[in-house]
Write a protein of this length. Sequence first.
Length: 521
Amino acid sequence: MFDQAEDKSFQTERRKESKKLASEQDDAKPEKESAASKRMDDIAFVSNDDLPDPVLGMTVSSGTVVIKKDTSNLIGISIGGGAPLCPCLYIVQVFDGTPAAREGTLQSGDELLGVNGVSVKGKTKVEVAKMIQSATEEVMIHYNKLHADPTQGETLDIVLKKMKHRLVERMSSSTADTLGLSRAILCNDSLVKRLQELERTETMYKGLVDHARRMLKAHFDVLQTYQAFGNIFASISVREPQPRASEAFRIFGELHRNMEKDGIKMIKTLKPILADMGTYLHKAIPDTKLTVKRYADAKFSYLSYCLKIKEMDDEEHGYAAIQEPLYRVETGNYEYRLILRCRQEARLKFAKLRSDVLEKIELLECKHARDLASQLRKFIEGLATLASETVERLESIPNLFPIEVDLKASAFQYKSAIKFQAEEYTDEEIPQAEEAIEQVETAKSAQPKTTGDLEQSSGTDVSGQLLGGFEEIDLNKGTSACPSEHDLLNELGLAGIDLSVGSKPISHNLMDDLLVPELFK
């Protein structure tokens, strides 16, 4: 009986202890919940802290994001601000290819409020970095999203910095240092060499196209001479009474006409090659240059923001060195955070345009390497074909010369517009001249009158003509069925080329066109 009483009393005590423990646990739960809610209230209080005035039109909104860490135990952000100078901590930069960049929520200029539910108010940036590193796999970041208008950050100072970068781009480093021009540069920029290669390629294509067009224009002028020779010999053959001489002149004139036709055919064959080279020069390269121009503007904007941030950092360090407060830092450093956001967006635009430029330059280089050799080969083959056909035509005709022709007695009496007048005559020379004139007139009166003499007596002067009938031939006029020389030049794409003027030196610089500001043009 005594043992049973002890067992009952022991069970009763255990029940009392379990009830007491349960009541203590129930009392501890509200305490934990109240502590967690208090901690979140602290973070919420910080996030909802009213700004004294909207700075540069910027507003904030709170949020929370969970970011998974990478193998290096980092999330890929750099932190600025914090105690003891700045009342808030903010993101300076989000690095490419990191978990924070892939997640895409956090941006430069956003304010950090807490890490894993712990407020970061009053902490230094080193302490916050250790808090992030102490997390295992995931980090919960409480933040204030900064809503900023990038146009508010593009101040007159940024515009002047862009202009300065355009000018410094064409200077050497020593010259810029001597002038005291501060600037930001891209280290090991491979695109500079690619742009220089594009400039050399453009210069080479300009020289090739100009030289090819001038050479074809010279061929065209020679072909017009062939045609004129052919017309003249054809006219001579029609008026030549000797059959053998007439046939020789006809064959010789027809040969020159055929040479002119072969040459025009060759130029028409080579015209598409020049058109392809012109398309590359006047369409593909200018399109790439326009993209490069937009890239250069984005590049100078990005470098200007980088230089502005460096100047603001130097200003903060200078005030901190003399232990003087800086107003913008003490009030949340919103101007600095706005420039950080502008730099991030300028960098994104710069990176996109840079990839576009590299892609277009790569396509241009591939087209240049693939097409130029075949174009030059076709061009040379066209000229070689014309030369071989001309040789075949010359070898195919029989030996035409020498030939016999009938000439008039006055054939070699050429018409001269300049009348010779002697300055002084002696008494002995005058009778001799009169006697010579009388002898010539006597010889003419003794000869029978020809058709030319009858024309001369009727008032027509034909003494200066080699053969009769040339006054009916106008070499400047073609037949009605043939196009004029101007129309033919337009058809062949050779109009406007003056071979009497030397080719212009190609001094146009691609980088000058891209870097000189519009107000200087």
